[in-house]
Design a protein around this ligand. Structure first.
Ligand SMILES: [Zn+2]
Length: 342
């Protein structure tokens, strides 16, 4: 009765298909026909879960995977890896996700589409092996330093983040993100590796995975994370629905300040103009962790100009039009210090 399009199958490979490490992200579809779980042999278990290409155009993750697959061909890795490869059709198109698809990093807390069932199945496999840790690799489109996202302020999660760089963002929303879902049963981070193709992002991500394969345990105390600079997300900055927008000063409903992407991870005061528009209320909306509209707490609108009400530190501000429309303009954050136990 129902067509085959309603079925989405997770492909599981006990060993990487022949030649997999030779293809670039854009050509992965010639070997893998959908979301895939690939086992890489290792001397120790439980495995490290590495997730790549949840967003099809974030290719640093696949380059890291290629290096790991190539190394695992020779002899077993120090620790086994479960490699999850996400949105292959989007990779072929060079897109975050395709029209009609959900965002593959927003499918991990249930839903009624076939991909949600596949995500639940994948998650239950992860949970059943009790992974050593979970590392989900991403790129972003703006100018950002390399940093991790953690969703538990616990030593093992933070230690994992500190192996990447000394910068981490604490967030718990959306719960449908893979690293947030996995944090319930394993030390879990998402790493933001700058722009796709950035060599520093690639090298740092590969080093994170390599180091994670070689350590016997993540630390149970806060000793290792004293140097970690930690922020937490106050809200997502969204553009008002249906408005046209520009990043270069060109005429539009919302003219976002040119150069805004250089503000990432810098404290921004109350004088800086974020956007100009003919609107009476801020056309930049702020959506809190719980989904509520918190715009009036963060932005004020005066004479067509939008400014912060109190200083904040933005991240992931980007001038990528698709990103701004499909995801968000960026995030507002503030610094946090760990409690007395730190
Ligand atoms: Zn991503």
């Amino acid at each position: 009765m129902s067509g085959p399009s309603n079925v989405m199958r997770l492909s599981i490979f006990d060993t990487p298909p022949y030649g997999l490490e030779d293809v670039s992200a854009i050509n992965l579809g010639t070997i893998l026909d959908g979301p895939s779980l690939i086992h890489l042999r290792g001397e120790q278990t439980p495995p490290l879960v590495v997730s790549v290409l949840l967003h099809g155009n974030e290719t640093t993750s696949w380059d890291v995977a290629r290096a790991l697959i190539a190394r695992a061909r020779g002899r077993p890795l120090e620790r086994a890896i479960m490699l999850f490869v996400g949105n292959i059709p989007a990779s072929a198109a060079g897109k975050r996700y395709l029209p009609g698809q959900p965002d593959f990093n927003r499918i991990w807390s249930g839903g009624d589409q076939p991909i949600h069932a596949l995500a639940a199945e994948t998650l239950s496999i992860f949970r059943s092996v009790g992974p050593f840790a979970v590392i989900d690799i991403h790129n972003n489109t703006g100018r950002n330093p390399l940093y991790s996202c953690v969703s538990r302020l616990e030593p093992q999660h933070l230690h994992l983040a500190s192996i990447f760089t000394d910068l981490a963002v604490y967030y718990t929303n959306p719960p449908s993100a893979l690293s947030v879902a996995c944090s319930a049963f394993s030390p879990s981070i998402a790493v933001e590796c700058g722009r796709s193709g950035d060599p520093a992002g690639y090298e740092t991500a590969l080093e994170l995975v390599e180091k994670s394969l070689r350590i016997d345990a993540l630390r149970q105390d806060f000793q290792a994370v004293r140097a970690l600079k930690l922020y937490h997300t106050l809200g997502r900055i969204m553009l008002e629905d249906g408005s046209t927008f520009s990043f270069d000063g060109a005429d539009a409903d919302i003219m976002i300040e040119p150069g805004i992407e250089t503000w990432n991870f810098r404290p921004i005061g109350t004088e800086a103009v974020w956007a100009r528009s003919g609107k009476r209320k801020s056309p930049l909306r702020v959506i809190g962790e719980d989904g509520s509209d918190m715009t009036d707490k963060f932005f004020r609108q005066e004479a067509g100009e939008t400014r912060l009400i109190a200083p904040a530190t933005p991240s992931m501000l980007s001038t990528d039009r698709d990103n701004a429309r499909l995801d968000c303009l960026g995030y507002l954050m503030e610094g946090i210090t760990l409690g007395a136990e730190g």
